[in-house]
Design a protein around this ligand. Structure first.
Ligand SMILES: [Zn+2]
Length: 101
């Protein structure tokens, strides 16, 4: 999209789907292209990062009817367990066995 807008901005002309020609003021399409591109960049700027969860806190979540836990330091996962309590119990056991805490 950035490239398409870049090409169009060279002439400051955009043709609408019905064939009408729309002329943008000098730099107008560059501004529009930059705005669109920055929103796209922004949308991909966030990924889950382990440090968002406190170091001693498991990342616990449910999917369908199962619960899962992920160890924050080593990213080991519990696999599906029936309850949040079981997920936290897995985390406690994993932490003791793998990290000596
Ligand atoms: Zn671990």
């Amino acid at each position: 999209m950035r490239d398409e807008l870049g090409v169009m901005s060279a002439s400051n002309v955009v043709r609408s789907p019905t064939g009408e020609v729309v002329r943008f003021p000098e730099g107008g399409l560059d501004n529009l292209a930059a705005a669109v591109a920055s929103r796209i960049d922004y949308a991909f700027a966030f990924r889950w990062a382990p440090q968002w969860v406190g170091r001693e806190q498991p990342h616990v979540w449910s999917e369908a009817d199962d619960w899962y836990a992920r160890c924050t330091p080593c990213l080991a996962e519990s696999g599906p367990v029936p309850s949040e309590q079981d997920a936290r119990a897995w985390h406690d056991a994993h932490t003791a066995a793998s990290h000596g805490r």
